[in-house]
Design a protein around this ligand. Structure first.
Ligand SMILES: [Zn+2]
Ligand SMILES: [Zn+2]
Length: 258
């Protein structure tokens, strides 16, 4: 089984899994790069998984369904291009012989879901859409900081070798913000250097690993004293014992960070 990120728009990745015959894609915001990859590799698209309703994640769904007849799965609680099979937390979908468990991760949007697979050769796979980014997290468009904190806690609890397949290449800008939050975090400084080399070589920084994210991503580190203190420096209302207040301050700080 092969895993590859298809670049779309300016910074999206449409994740593709294929076994050299059949393919699955996640969050095809645009049909063109998917059709090009299918034709180029002689693959037939079987399955489309969607994490949330934003246009840069669903924009290509209808065209791909019409062109390939692929089955489409998405969140139960969001407006979706019909027809679609809707999935709730704890349910699973089987595609390409792999089982993908559905995890509710509200915060970026109200009904956002993630897909987690332990069946693939090598390490587990996580398709987390716009909830968790390498070094960051999604903006809180529809959810509360407490919801996002709970969603990130659920993802951070996955095994350390989980391959974290985020939907955007935001890593460098996230890590520069993370460095402002934790200037003394050596793992973070080292990882920033690693990701800068990857980008200079024109390569994706993704997938990341969950143990790396736990070490370098301030949004997964809201219980760390250094992170809570930095957040308090930005917003005096932060309660270091309430991780959601730390997350809220970090998110606001990141929104303003240049
Ligand atoms: Zn989004
Ligand atoms: Zn997006």
């Amino acid at each position: 089984m092969n895993l590859l990120p298809l670049p779309a728009f300016s910074d999206n990745y449409i994740w593709m899994l294929h076994d050299a015959r059949h393919a699955l894609v996640v969050d095809p915001g645009d049909a063109a790069p998917v059709l090009q990859a299918l034709h180029g590799m002689g693959l037939s698209l079987r399955t489309i998984l969607v994490t949330h309703h934003h246009g840069d994640h669903v924009g290509g769904v209808t065209a791909l369904r019409e062109a390939t007849g692929a089955a489409v799965y998405g969140p139960a609680g969001e407006a979706m291009p019909e027809p679609i099979t809707r999935l709730r937390h704890g349910e699973a979908v089987t595609a390409l012989g792999l089982r993908f468990a559905v995890i509710d991760v509200p915060g970026h949007t109200a009904g956002h879901i993630a897909y987690y697979c332990t069946d693939m050769d090598g390490a587990p796979l996580l398709f987390c859409g716009d909830t968790l980014f390498s070094g960051g997290c999604g903006r809180l468009f529809e959810g509360t900081p407490a919801q996002m904190q709970a969603s990130l806690d659920a993802l951070a609890a996955l095994p350390g070798d989980t391959r974290v397949c985020c939907a955007h290449e935001y890593t460098l800008s996230n890590l520069k913000f993370a460095r402002a939050v934790e200037p003394g975090n050596q793992a973070l400084l080292q990882y920033l250097g690693h990701c800068e080399s990857l980008r200079q070589a024109g390569r994706p920084t993704l997938p990341s690993r969950m143990d790396t994210e736990r070490a370098i991503n301030p949004f997964l580190r809201t219980r760390e004293a250094t992170v809570a203190q930095a957040a308090r420096g930005f917003d005096a209302h932060v309660d270091p014992h309430e991780p959601a207040t730390v997350l809220a301050a970090l998110r606001q700080w990141k929104n303003e960070f240049r």
